[in-house]
Design a protein around this ligand. Sequence first.
Ligand code: AMP
Ligand code: MG
Length: 311
Amino acid sequence: MITESYDVALRELRAGGIVALPTETVYGLAADIRNPQAIIKIFETKMRPEFDPLIVHVGDIADVIRVVDDWPPLAQKLAETFWPGPLTMVLRRQSNINPMITSGLETVAVRLPANPKTRTLIRDLGAPVAAPSANRFGHTSPTTAAHVDAEFSGEILVLDDGPCQVGIESTVIRINADKIQVLRPGAVTAEDLARFAIVETVKGSVETPGHLRHHYMPAIPLVILPNVRALTQPVYDGIRLRLQKTILHPAWMELPDDPVLAARLLYANMRAAAAASDVNCLLLAYPFHKRRANLWAGISDRLEKASTIIV
Ligand code: AMP
Ligand code: MG
């Protein structure tokens, strides 16, 4: 159910419910971190496996001390520069944090989101919220309230604050000695972070978000064509065989050439193309080789994991 009422959302969180909240990245499915029953509801609603930890969202930089046990000077510098914003830091957790939130890890992921309504809501609640993306596990993240409503058939309360401006999930980093390790690329880029420390990109570790080969997937298979813009007969036949379909009813998905717009529209365009009637696969012309730097790194990462085939 969609609401624009801040008070209705706050009341639901206070009552131990879960509420989908707008953030600048994607809509998140939020619960008060002090309420174990509400945290369990997040996992159940998303059908999320217990080994996939949640991101804790604070309302102020000062609130991180309620969550983390260690706040190195580099973290403080990054927070001052990039918060509120799409940067999640993985740090040593406080011992009183519910282990469900961290999947039993000794670390906790924390960020200060930029959406003013959500930030105020967290402050008024009086505690941080744990909030993964508001979609079923493995699916495309929601960037509008209507996406969340469709994903959970209207069963979840959504605070509507319009479409998300960033459009892809936050950058997740770990601080290791004086190095920054990027676990998930996002709108705070490796290039941005390199002003502060040596940056490494970690791929495929158990702690890497979406480390499962498939994640962020649309409702029908996404086929990415890095080198072709037209569906020739041999390419068509190749895709048909690999998808084990007798006939393809493809729809082309569009992405703008400007990376800021491409990130913003990525999931909305994916959902819209997949929702057309009679379509059984999505096609996207996307030159991965030209799109490894800056914000493109985050978009390419999501597309690799969202796709069933890269031709
Ligand atoms: P999201 O799907 O946007 O909710 O992102 C949550 C992701 O943050 C998870 O998939 C985790 O991989 C990552 N994350 C959360 N907590 C930790 C942690 N303690 N260590 C490493 N990654 C984490
Ligand atoms: Mg997610």
